[in-house]
Design a protein around this ligand. Sequence first.
Ligand SMILES: Cc1ncc(C[n+]2csc(CCOP(=O)(O)OP(=O)(O)O)c2C)c(N)n1
Ligand SMILES: [Mg+2]
Length: 600
Amino acid sequence: MKSNSLIVRHRELSGFEGLNPRSLNPKLAELLDRGAYILLVSRKALRVGTPWRKSTMGTLRGEQIIAQSFKREGVDTIFFMMGGPTGGTAGACLDLGMKGIYVRHEQAAAMMAHAYARVTGKPGICIAPMGPGVANLVTGLGNAWADATPVIAIGGAAPMRGTTLDTFQEMDQIPMMRPIVKAAYRVDLGYRIPEYISIAFREALDGKRGPVYLDLPGDVLAGKVEEEKIHWVEGNSRVESRPAGDPALIREAIQFLVKARRPIVLTGSGVLWSRAENELQNFIEATGIPFFTTPQGRGVVAEDHPRSFPGARSTAFREADVVLLIGARANSMLSFLRPPRFSPDAKLINVNLDGKEIGHNRAADIGIIGDARLVLGQLTAEAAGKFDATEETDWVAQLGVKHRSNMERSAPLLHSDAVPIHPLRLCNEVKEVISRDTILVVDGHEILNFARQSIPIYQARRSLNAGPHGCMGVGIPFGIGAKVARPDLPVLVLSGDGAFGWNGMEMDTAIRHQLPIVVVVSNNGGFTSRKTGGSVGRDLGFQRYDKMVEALGGYGEFVEQPSAIRPAIERAIKSGKTALVNVCTDPDAQATTDMGFAGY
Ligand SMILES: Cc1ncc(C[n+]2csc(CCOP(=O)(O)OP(=O)(O)O)c2C)c(N)n1
Ligand SMILES: [Mg+2]
């Protein structure tokens, strides 16, 4: 906080408009005359950071140009932290009617923007103050990069006129960001701000999505620019056209699939970004081919569809003779598509918008560059009359048997009355209590793996998790970002007690902004199972996270008995508040996973 700033608390404040801050406090009036920023804080409603500086007619400050450029790009929400020199940028965005969510840690702002992007399909926006604030964005932006998600981050920077002077919080921020974003630019001239914002949007959304970082020096943000000199980006500068697949390769792909005895369709987040869920379902129903998704691409078709066999995933991957991969990367989530997880003899048809992904880690027999929606439409048209989709082939029957036997094997634990509670029992209660359209966020290790096996996802953009980066701490910020994106949908966060710790303080953010997310903590007293994590640095104790949330003004429940789980979650939902249900689970329960995360 600048030394010439002052925080004014005003209980009855209902919004910034119409309020003359000079009337609140004589000391404030004096500071305002000297060009101070003003931050207004209220527990009920708030507007933050509008710099109460007079703007000469015909000029705009850099921060106002950013806000106007965002508006033209359709931005309706920003996630931000106050502080110099970007506080005025957030204020200018709020002045234009955007919703502002202000956080307790910049990492969380980046993660909220990430979830917002995954749920809406639009880039999420986060704004952080310079130096340590920007450094705190790194984990969130790195995670968005690993998850190929469009986030646009505005970072404050020390003024250009002070570069190299060791000015306050001066740091060379661009090199810090470059490896974890698609593009990073320092915005050096105020009149070019709209061009940089346009570049950021186009870069974030082009092909494989990803985060973009813009570095904004304080003097560019505060500097005035004559309006006629501003390089506004007019008209449609964002191309929405999608590439279709090469028709000859589409024909070849269908010939492969017609001849296949054990084909599978394997899809990733590319299908979600392209909004190709209906086209995928049509293709599956036209061909009868069993389908699987990456952990991040779940829900694109309901997982209780007759061609969904999640319990037979390992068998299907190992024995498939033709794999049709669509909008998914051959990364660790899919064991690089290599043996022993996949057969060395399997034929691979790889469909991706980004040609660089085709052939990565495993050569493709057919590589199709194209948008998932268009290619799936082409494949369905080409498949007409060539498949008997209703036929229960030996392959479908084999996967069905395997799926059912695996489900039956876990049934006793799903219904176990043991105390401490088995995490699968907790997952089963969550599964029973949530609606099909709930956005489910899962964070943690054992609990993530248990939930993956036991809670189906039924719709597109209803599942968020720690992602291909396995980034602990996303749970609460993802829940908040998802709720802001879709206030009409219920949001439930299932989190490990360890994972909760990273951004647990964001429960305060949810409470302040009246976002009724329900967080269920699988509290096994530490990081991972005792069997996985050993004894070094594992134990956290069975902390009362529910009391912490109550103290912040939310709703809390503490559960030790299996039969008490569901009523507690139901009461939490009914409370209409930001809620946390703290469920003590078995510290020795260890999930099995066939992911081989660290393997290469
Ligand atoms: C940011 C980050 N730091 C550390 C790790 C390493 N890590 C992976 S799982 C895990 C513990 C998760 O424990 P918890 O959230 O309690 O879930 P549980 O396994 O106990 O269900 C840790 C520390 C990570 N993946 N991400
Ligand atoms: Mg734990």
